[in-house]
Ligand binder design. Sequence first.
Ligand code: ZN
Length: 741
Amino acid sequence: MNKVMVIGSFLILLAGCAKPPENPNILDDQATAAGDQGSSYGGDCAGMTGTAPVIDTEDRDQWGTAGLDLEAMDRRFEAGDDFFCFVNGAWYVNFLMPEDKTRYGSFTLLADKSEARVKKIIEELATRAPDPDTLEGKVAAFYSAYLDSDGIDKRGLAPAQSYLQQIQQIKNRTDLAEAFGTLGFASPLGGWVDIDSKDTENYIFYITQSGLGLPDRDIYLSDDGENKATRAGYLKYLTVLLAAADYAEPAVVAARVLALETDIARAHWDRAVGRNRNLTYNKITLDKLLELGAGFPMEPMLQKLQLAEQAEFVVRELNPNSAKIAELGLDEDQVEKISGGGVSGILSLMVSADLADWQAYLTAHFLSDHAAVLPKAIDHASFEFYAKQLRGQEQQRPRWKRAVSAVESSLGEAVGSIYAARYFPPENKRAMDALVKNLRLAMADNLDELAWMSDATKVAARDKLKKFTPKMGYAEKFATYESLTVGSHAFENTMAANRWAYDDMIGQLGQPIDRTEWFMLPQTVNAYYSPNRNEIVFPAAILQPPFFNIAADPAINYGAIGAVIGHELGHGFDDQGSKSDGDGVLRNWWSDADRQAFEDKTDALVGQYDAFCPLDGGDTCINGRLGLGENSGDLGGLSMALKAYKMSLDGNGDGRISADEQAPVIGGYTGEQRFFMAWAQAWRSKYREQALRQQLIRGPHSPPYYRVNGVVRNFDEWYEAFDVDAESALYLPPSERIRIW
Ligand SMILES: [Zn+2]
């Protein structure tokens, strides 16, 4: 279970780096996923039997001289019918899903490798028996306390008692407000500190809707798919939690908690509409925020959260007035989807809902949010619902793996500094810098050629491209956790670490912007683009095969990590990222005509993805609108990377690839073929059906099968490279192929 989902209190913690940047355009949802077997969504390339993954923490090359896993291919598939299965089919059929996973792919493979390496680092630290006041000592103590599940079990609910008592003693709305502001308690409002999107020299506190125990509001509100069964499972889970907290009629009270959460869900905005950054940027004064409370005493909550002195806030889900609706061009359907009230709807629930129901809600969520460091019965109930029922995970992950994750969440930068020094050699950094340079040139070239964009807008776009900051490998500095005390009890350690992370984050308010800050650890297999900072960030752990292979030829590296970097760069120009300029400021630098032309293109892309319906006999589909930023990022990224790849071949720089500059044929495949195959290989992946369902509901990333097949069919070069014609299943007539960047 990951932190973002579990910690429902006012802050949204993300790993050890304390908070997500606003609109963190992360590359993949892997962090929220754990494993997968059953589902077949890729036609015949689906299969159930085979071998489990082998995790190799040393860098013995598994990718051959071609940089491609040729044994993973299934040549019975025509590339033009199913490119994913053509490249990955044999792997797909032969791969045996580990029981503690709900999906598996290149990300997981590298994440497992990272996990094993981090374990090694921690155990080495521990064997040296370091002084508990040193950083090494804190890591070792945190890890071993977390591992001690028998010790945790023996203490029962004793460590949680003072928190549960505080909840029981709530007598009025002021007490309730204090509870919502207390770290460790759930709250239907969340928030974090980040750069102010319109004033990028200052930090500000963002407030957002939160507080649901189920992953999406629609699960509460619609009976589609498995939603009813999911709610029934959740009700059962709440009942177990409330029984553990000694409620006399836990089932009755659980039903009331579910009803309360359903009301919260009604107030929530729809996820896809809520992606609109102009709609969610609502800066208001403290007085205005207090007014929104309409009878709910917000001061004690803000006081507790160290926010009472803040002059301004950004409230993401603030009801737009008619002028704003007109300005943003929202249609009736979109307005309907955000009509629940957002933050003010939630605040009025804080006033109107029964105190007893809020108490039960806080109690159940407190136990659920800290299940991993509470007695086994609670931990097990959490697994049964969140992992097994929701995602189809068959077995709990071994305790050591969870302990590694917990160290990563709480003291990740302590491990990160060692990881970076050990596993990210300087030559990798140099190679990456060269790749990024070519990608930037390619993007500049692509911009010049765009027929749909006006010259004035191109000037601003080029300026934005010039100001991009790439960060590769690891941060310049790492947290030292000096004020964090770690002892021998997992529960107390977790609470202390959350406190440390929150204080660290809040301490940024009023300070100059820290441009060196990273929101991911070097050992994290992922990447992101931050529009407020106009930067792309690639941790060391993703800069490995099959994404980046220093031994492979350029086709592989451009097709995999090159396109992934292009994807992140593309976020700077996608439907939301393009709303920030080169300095990260949220402002319109497009002409209306350009914006319209861009939206016509992206609408067509929404249509292509809406038509991919992998579940329930074609009834459950990708939400093309929700995934738009990601899908256009993939399309733009691959296009940039292809261009950069060609530039890398053009040794004499005359703008064409002469005969002696052609890429060699390696492993039987041409340079362009390997380029596209590297993309498909990087996204090889398998899901359990439940995990796939959650991914479709929550988005925004399309399942990897479609990140491959949905993208390549828009490239003329792919048709040429693999002789794809109108008879092929993936064929699109040239007029329907979309090229945005
Ligand atoms: Zn992305």
